[in-house]
Every structure is written in C-alpha cells, then in structure tokens.
Design a protein around this ligand. Structure first.
Ligand code: SAH
Length: 389
C-alpha cells in the first residue's frame, strides 16, 4: 500500500521522526493488512519512507527506513541488529547493554537487553511483532546466546491490539541469572523482575555516586534489587538502608547484598516510600546521602502536573532527611517530564525546604540508550547529584 501524508502537517516526520499518526495521513492506494509494510509519500508524491502499518493504533505507521531501495526482509533485521551491536561494541557496552533501543536504533517499538549471554526482548507494536522470528534468528546467528526470553507482559501492547505475554523464544533455560556490573554481581530474575529484569539505563549513574557516598550513612528509596545501595557499600559507605514497596525486589536486594559480601552494611525493608520519607523525617533520622529512583509517575499528558507534584513531594521529603552538606541523588524516568521541568521541580523543592542545592552532576541514561534529538522520547532519564547545603 502507498500512503500519502496530508498537505499541512508539521515538520516532525520530514525532519526525522519515525511515527506517523492517523490524522497525518490522507489518501492511500492499494490495501494492507494490519502489521504490513507500507510506503509513505508526501502530499506532493515524493518518497518519505517505508514502515509498518497498524490501523488499530494511533501511531498508524512507524518508519523503518527512508531508503526507497532498502528491502524489508529477514536480512534487513539482521543488518540493523548487527549494526546496533557494532555500535555498542565501539562505545564500550559489551557484556551487558541495551542492544536495541527502539526508535534510536531505527527499529521502532523493539527493545532488546543483553545480559551477558542472555537476551530479553520486547516487541511493543504489531508491525515489529510480525518480525519476531527474524529478530530471534538474527540474535541466534550473531551471539549464539544461552537464552532468549520475551517480556511482552506490558500494557502498551493492548493499544496495538495485542495480548500481553511472556515466555521463552529459545530452548528453556534458568531465568535466574547473575550479571556483573562495575565489579559487583547482581541477581536478575528475567521472568518475574520488573520490565526486562534489570535497569541497564542507570549502569553509569551507579558509578557516578562513587565519591559522595564514602564513609556516610546512605538511604536508597525505590531501591528495586538494591543496585545503587550495593554500589554505595562498594564505594565505602558506612551503612546503607534500601527501601522498596515490592517484597520480591527487597528479597532479591538482600540476596544481592549476600552475593557481594555486604550483608552487614546493606539492609533492606519492604515499605512504601511516601510513608517512609514522611515518618523518618518526623522521627529525626538523618542521612549523609539519600537516593531516589522512582518508577515513571505518568504515561499520559493529562497527568504531567500530578507527576511534577509527586517529584516535588518526594524530593522535598528526602532533603529534610539529609544532613547539612550531605547529598541528594535523584532520578526521573518519566518520559513526559523533560529535563528542564525536572530540574525546576527539584529546585522548587529545595526552596520550600529552605536548602541550597549545589549541583555535582547532571546526567542522563547510559549511552547504550542513544538519544536522537528529533525524537524527544529517546531522552527520558534525568539524574541529578547535588549537595544539599
Ligand atoms: N534504582 C533501581 C530501579 C528502581 S525502579 C535500579 O537502578 O535498579 C522503581 C522501584 O520503585 C521499583 O522497584 C518499584 O517496586 C518501586 N516502587 C514503586 N512505588 C513505590 C512506593 N510507593 N514505595 C516504594 N517503592 C516503590
């Protein structure tokens, strides 16, 4: 099928964004089944690109290529995955990496995380789901992996008319694995962990806390499997307390502490962060460093203000727990809260707390999650280290 863009649409598609919304499409020629590859042309008839089509989705077409001569077949997916791997190797993300970061790797709606010899995959749109076989074959060919698993148990798939599923895409294997990061070891539960099982986007940020945790009492809130907590212990913290609402996460965090020989320094409790921050401030508990890495607070534009209020609240409370001259480590993975908005919120919280922040580092996700300027959703992680004077 050939689809034609409407006459008056923004510059977004032309300037590199791969998504074409239903209301941006005008006439079409020929027919296509949901998930099929279609060709997109401008209103005036010049070729824009080829991509996959889903009439059930608001994002009607996601472009895979802007090269008219490029054929979308199994080899295409092999080439794209291979290129992404060459790039990761070049920039030094080899053992563990986000191998495919969707749009940033020109494979919209595809996520692949590599945890040493294991691969976890998400196909979040119908058009990419159809190529799952080719994608798995490419992984087999390039890596001869010990296992491939799909974590497609994610609600966004319903927007594409797909079911939520998880399971093996290779011969079954033990889905409880261990990965190495920054000289530490972490248990990863590929089957039941959050998202793909492990948050690789913070791998460099975990190293960034090295100098500020030494010798101090550290609190990590929203700790998941205790990754920042263990790094704090590794970098010389005196004591580390980790809090997460998930019992499963806390159990894994405790096992991670044992695995690395820090069980006497790192303690973990399953509690609600909002209660803990309020209660412990009241009780007069104080820390040298408080680290916050909450889950995304909203996925819809209507709730951006609510998300901002949430960030302000937890950061304000965290600051009250920090000794003068101590450090706040605070992150946000909410896609719809841009970096400036997040920073403004943290500084507004500091004002209310009558504290001054001295920025140590202002960071984003690790470079194996590349940022493409024209595709704002590719820059999603905000990460601030600040001294709280
Ligand atoms: N920093 C971690 C990732 C944190 S993900 C890492 O790098 O590995 C966010 C965590 O917040 C999840 O583990 C989730 O269980 C937890 N969480 C969500 N709501 C919470 C709440 N109200 N209180 C405490 N933890 C919560």
């Amino acid at each position: 099928m050939k689809c034609f863009l409407r006459k008056k649409i923004g510059e977004r598609v032309i300037s590199g964004h791969p998504w074409i919304f239903g209301n941006e499409l005008g006439d079409s020629e020929g027919a296509a089944e949901p998930g099929d590859i279609v060709e997109v042309y401008s209103y005036g008839g010049s070729f824009v690109g080829k991509g996959y089509y889903n009439p059930a989705s608001q994002i009607r077409v996601r472009l895979l290529t802007r090269d008219k001569n490029e054929v979308i077949d199994d080899q295409f997916f092999f080439n794209r995955i291979n290129e992404a791997w060459e790039y990761r190797k070049q920039i030094g993300y080899v053992e563990n990496c986000r191998l495919i970061f969707g749009e940033a790797d020109q494979l919209p709606a595809l996520i692949i995380d590599k945890f040493n010899d294991y691969f976890v995959l998400q196909t979040l749109a119908l058009g990419i789901e159809k190529w799952k076989g080719a994608i798995v074959a490419a992984l087999e060919k390039i890596f001869s992996p010990k296992g491939i698993y799909e974590r497609n148990d994610v609600p966004v798939r319903t927007l594409e008319g797909m079911e939520q599923i998880k399971g093996f895409l290779s011969a079954p294997f033990d889905t409880n694995i261990i990965l190495n990061e920054n000289g530490l070891k972490f248990h990863v539960d590929i089957e039941n962990g959050q998202k793909t099982g492990y948050f690789l986007d913070q791998q460099d940020n975990r190293r960034a806390i090295k100098e500020i945790v030494r010798g101090g009492d550290v609190l990590e809130v929203f700790c998941y499997t205790g990754t920042f907590a263990l790094h704090a212990a590794h970098y010389g913290a005196k004591s580390v307390m980790g809090v997460d609402i998930s019992e499963h996460a806390v159990a894994t965090a405790r096992r991670n502490a044992e695995l690395n020989g820090y069980a006497d320094i790192c303690k973990f409790e399953a509690m609600n962060a909002f209660d803990v921050l309020k209660q412990w401030a009241k009780e007069g508990k104080r820390y040298d460093t408080v680290m916050l890495d909450p889950p995304a607070f909203t996925k819809s534009r209507e709730n951006i203000q609510k998300a901002v209020t949430g960030y302000k609240e937890i950061n304000l409370r965290a600051m009250k727990l920090i000794k003068p001259g101590g450090f706040l480590v605070t992150a946000s993975c909410t896609n719809l809260v841009p970096p400036e908005m997040f920073l403004d919120t943290i500084y507004a919280a500091a004002k209310d707390a009558k504290r001054t922040l001295r920025q140590v580092e202002w960071r984003t996700q690790a470079s194996d999650h590349p940022i493409i300027r024209n595709i704002p959703s590719t820059q999603y992680l905000k990460f601030l280290i600040a001294q709280v004077v």
